[in-house]
Ligand binder design. Sequence first.
Ligand SMILES: Cc1cc2nc3c(=O)[nH]c(=O)nc-3n(C[C@H](O)[C@H](O)[C@H](O)COP(=O)(O)OP(=O)(O)OC[C@H]3O[C@@H](n4cnc5c(N)ncnc54)[C@H](O)[C@@H]3O)c2cc1C
Length: 493
Amino acid sequence: MATKRIKRERTPAFSSHLLLLFHSSLPPSLPRSSSFPSFSRINSSSSGRPVHPPEPETMASEKHFKYLVLGGGVAAGYAAREFAKHGLQPGELAIISKESVAPYERPALSKGYLAPQNAARLPGFHTCVGSGGEKLLPEWYADKGIELILSTEIVKADLATKTLTSADGATFICEILLIATGSSTIKLTDFGVQGAESNNILYLRDIEDADKLVAAMQAKKDGKAVVVGGGYIGLELGAALKTNNFDVTMVYPEPWCMPRLFTAGIAHFYEGYYASKGINIVKGTVASGFDADANGDVSKVNLKDGRVLDADIVIVGVGGRPLTGLFKGQVEEEKGGLKTDTFFETSVAGVYAIGDVATFPMKLYNEPRRVEHVDHARKSAEQAVKAIKAKETGETAAEYDYLPYFYSRSFEVAWQFYGDNVGETVLFGDNDPATEKAKFGTYWVKDGKVIGVFLEGGSAEENQAIAKVARAQPPAADLEALSKEGLDFASKI
Ligand SMILES: Cc1cc2nc3c(=O)[nH]c(=O)nc-3n(C[C@H](O)[C@H](O)[C@H](O)COP(=O)(O)OP(=O)(O)OC[C@H]3O[C@@H](n4cnc5c(N)ncnc54)[C@H](O)[C@@H]3O)c2cc1C
């Protein structure tokens, strides 16, 4: 496991501007990351007696980089690869992360990481394997001269001077900052839900959370698990717990699961399929409190409708929030994210926002959007780095023309979605949960054009075909005919 690489060093009290100027004048062949040596001077007072200024004993280190990525998740890993593709001088780039490991493919945490056998473990799923690329091991960063500053939380960010301060007082200054802080999970304790602080009420955002879940599954072997939330985290974790032989109940307030994307027809399949796997689904109510045993371990989930569920583990997946708090008041925001242009540059020159935190102009739909999905985290990172490098040579990168793409898989089912889920919906195929190897989907039709497609059980070619439809937006006037034609409609585009 990589360790924190920041050492406390004594530094002179230069202003950050001076440091910037000093380092900007370094020849490009020299490493631009450095800590400044301590110094002590002997001045003379007017009385002629030597005056020893106090040693700056308590000052923490100050480091300078040309490029700094704040956050060590998916976007950070893909940004590093893109920087390396363009050619980097050693010491030009650093990644600062709260996490103790190099960037990895976060979606693995709710899938392969929780498998009962041959579970995925690092270094197996470091970025950029998720897109079929090279696995960037910690050694890769070292070889490229990219500094991984791990287990380091940034608690203050001054965007005007591009100066970051860590929890232990170290300072990092850069010329170009990429904000890639991702999202945090919404916790039930944030709302004061009674008993929500009990042991084994768990969340899943990073590898530390995943390890806690694995440990809880081992400690409460073959026990009862309650999943609070029916979104993609809830559905994937419900399946993972069941596969690990837990007795699983899912609870969510909506009339069906994943209502932000699924139609009633799509949800009909997954709810029936989950029931056939032995998962109990309780809809239309929420967890209003928890009881714990004498050890403080959760033992019961109290539902708002009066029902009580036994529980050895509770996993909560009720959504996330983009981590933008450090930058409040310093940069323009929109739709809950940091507003960027098509190059992912924010309203502060030289400060970029990528991944979950960015609200960018979605060219295809001609409106600003924020996207919390891995495909966009990868592509936005690549786009920002391309734009940064193009600017350096006086060129302009192509506009970001993103086609939304989401996917999930659990048990033996897997779906993909491309495009936008607005307008009228047309179900096609067989969505009967009892059907073996079900293949069905839904088209979203707006203003007479197909703009979004969902497909369960598609082959690689079929998934490519639905992506093409969502991009091309072909006309479809007769919705009944479209339903009958089903996947053939997509295959013809
Ligand atoms: C369990 C799970 C499963 C998922 N599955 C899917 C899926 O199947 N399909 C899909 O499309 N998407 C999925 N996602 C969403 C996808 O992983 C995210 O959209 C993606 O990770 C966003 O990338 P990011 O780089 O913006 O943020 P992240 O990958 O979240 O990285 C943010 C990084 O910033 C660090 N950080 C934050 N604040 C600070 C700070 N102050 N100081 C230092 N470091 C900081 C964090 O520790 C983290 O390392 C899943 C997410 C989770 C949590």
